[in-house]
Design a protein around this ligand. Structure first.
Ligand code: VG1
Ligand code: CO
Length: 539
């Protein structure tokens, strides 16, 4: 019943910032998905006795890919798969199940915040026994294997019924279909003060949660409406759809526009949040108020004592280099560890495993803690609700008080999308060569203190990663340049700007950053080289 199928290698199965991400049409090419999965199984080596978690965000092609994955796992000698009902598991839920059951790894079929559907994107995130996505050293091996693959193994059997909870068998492999939501809710109940949040809703507090027609709908309905008592209908776009109903499930000011418009209208709720396709990102909004993810990380960290699971102390905090420095001031004030890592959650895993950090976050709407090894959208939302319940303050009050105490890091990100790869690569290479000449220079009143590539030395496995170029000015302002590693066509240049003020707390971010933006574009020659005078997406 195990078939060995001859195949030709593809040359492009290299994982990026968060797994393999491609156009759905690319993944649907003959044997494309099978090649990639077999490359993973070959890299793992002996799978006998091993257990893996399997789920996805429900996007187009999930249903087909998951059946292939199950049959290939059985053919490759895997002992057991734990699968989310109907193939659904959010990325954080998957990490939890992986850790809770001490399994050997997990697969989330998702391209995260990228659009789905036949003309959208598809992806595969692969985590190992740490509960986090594999380090580059392993993904490089998988990539090398994929370039030489000549056959794959698959079990010849009818499809597995994933709607039925409980245990089934495929050959010698056990398949346990589990409730996608239950374990996750139990974990959240252990972390946060659910009774305080219940009281908040019982007293009429209103909330809107936008699941963006992606995986978090069922989690959000269960937690916010059924368990915590938010009004029915508080969760919108709650049914996971294969094409996300045409939405681009990226929770930011641009793509979650409907929610943003609602929160800046007269009918705004007291609090709102959105999550991305696979449930690891979050956006936090108050009434007519937006919290930047960098500020959110700083505010959550500053308030750790209000949360039952963290009240006895936290180890430290990590942020990606591109994220604003707001949290560094909080770390200093609380005298806790502070780490800056390259972009991508996998870089936090060693820091969490070695008890160096408890919280971590990225400017790209990702926040989380060591309760799992992925960022966690609903966790961040519950953290905010818990702070609101404990303090009786609004999102805006909490944020403004934070600025009063620590000053404010004005922060924005500008994305230049759809650039020819060669042009983007050359732009970054030329800019890197130019950096040493910039040191000490003054441009339009901004004096450069340091200009260098960001290089990270992992204190645990001692690996070195170079990602992005950073210009730091004497007043603490920063420009960070990076190429995106999650796109599925062309290149995206990301420009991150930050400027700190101790006492000017109520300015418009763009007004504060206009000069820096001009410098950033000039120095890298972005308009000249890309033909773009404006960013495609500003967040
Ligand atoms: C982007 C973000 C990064 C995030 C990654 C995965 O990567 O900038 O912070 O970790 O997406 O997010 P890039 O390389 O395009 O900048 V998601 O929600 O996969 O899982
Ligand atoms: Co995501």
């Amino acid at each position: 019943m195990i078939k060995t199928i001859a195949t030709q290698p593809y040359s492009d199965q290299k994982m990026g910032t968060g797994g393999l991400r491609k156009k759905t049409k690319v993944v649907m090419q003959p044997n494309y998905f099978e090649n990639f999965m077999q490359s993973i199984f070959n890299t793992i080596g002996d799978s006998s006795g091993k257990t893996f978690v399997v789920g996805g965000d429900g996007r187009f092609y999930n249903a087909i890919a998951i059946q292939k994955l199950i049959k290939m796992a059985a053919a490759n000698g895997v002992a057991k798969l734990i699968v989310g009902q109907n193939g659904l598991l959010s990325t954080p839920a998957s990490s939890n199940i992986l850790l809770k059951n001490k399994t050997d790894g997990g697969f989330v079929l998702s391209a995260s915040h990228n659009p789905g559907g036949g003309n959208g994107d598809f992806g595969i995130k692969y985590a190992n026994e740490t509960g986090g996505q594999i380090p580059t050293s392993i993904s490089d091996k998988i990539f090398e294997t994929s370039k030489q693959i000549s056959e794959y193994k698959i079990f010849d059997a009818p499809d597995i019924d994933l709607s039925r909870l409980g245990t089934q068998k495929l050959g010698d492999m056990e398949i346990e279909v589990i409730d996608s939501v239950k374990d996750y809710v139990e974990m959240m109940e252990r972390i946060f003060d659910f009774s305080a949040i219940k009281k908040l809703f019982a007293n009429g507090f209103s909330m809107r949660f936008d699941a963006m027609n992606a995986v978090t709908g069922p989690y959000a309905i269960r937690i916010f409406e059924e368990v915590l008592g938010a009004t029915k209908g508080s969760v919108v776009h709650a049914i996971p759809l294969p094409d996300f109903g045409g939405l681009h499930p990226d929770p930011n000011l641009v793509y979650a526009k409907e929610l943003v418009d609602f929160m800046f209208s007269e009918h705004a709720a007291d609090f709102a949040a959105a999550n991305d396709g696979d449930g690891d990102r979050n956006m936090i909004l108050g009434k007519k108020f937006f919290v930047t993810p960098s500020d959110s990380l700083a505010i959550l960290t500053d308030n750790f004592k209000l949360i039952p699971a963290y009240k006895n102390g936290i180890f430290g905090v990590g942020k990606s280099a591109a994220t604003s420095s707001a949290v560094s001031r909080v770390a200093q004030a609380h005298n806790i560890g502070y780490y800056e890592v390259p972009t991508g959650w996998k870089y936090f895993v060693n820091l969490m495993d070695s008890n160096r950090i408890t919280f971590c976050g990225e400017e790209s709407f990702g926040t989380g803690s060591s309760h799992i090894r992925e960022k966690d959208g609903i966790w961040a939302v519950l953290f905010w609700l818990n702070i609101i319940a404990a303090t009786g303050k609004s999102v805006e009050e909490i944020t403004r008080e934070h600025w009063q105490k620590y000053g404010r890091s004005y922060y924005m990100r500008f994305d230049f999308e759809g650039i020819t790869t060669d042009i983007a690569d050359k732009l970054m290479a030329d800019l890197e060569n130019k950096l040493p000449l910039l040191n000490g220079k003054e441009i339009n009143g901004f004096k450069i203190a340091n200009a260098a590539p960001f290089v990270y030395n992992d204190p645990v496995d001692h690996s070195t990663t170079k990602n992005g170029l950073i210009i730091t000015f004497e007043d603490g302002s920063r420009i960070v340049y990076r190429l995106s590693g999650t796109g599925s066509s062309g290149a995206t240049i990301r420009v991150y700007l930050e400027r700190y003020s101790k006492d000017n707390l109520n300015a418009e971010p763009l007004a504060m950053l206009t000069e820096l933006l001009r410098i950033a574009l000039d120095v890298a020659e972005i308009p000249e080289r890309t033909g773009k005078h404006q960013a495609d997406v500003v967040t």
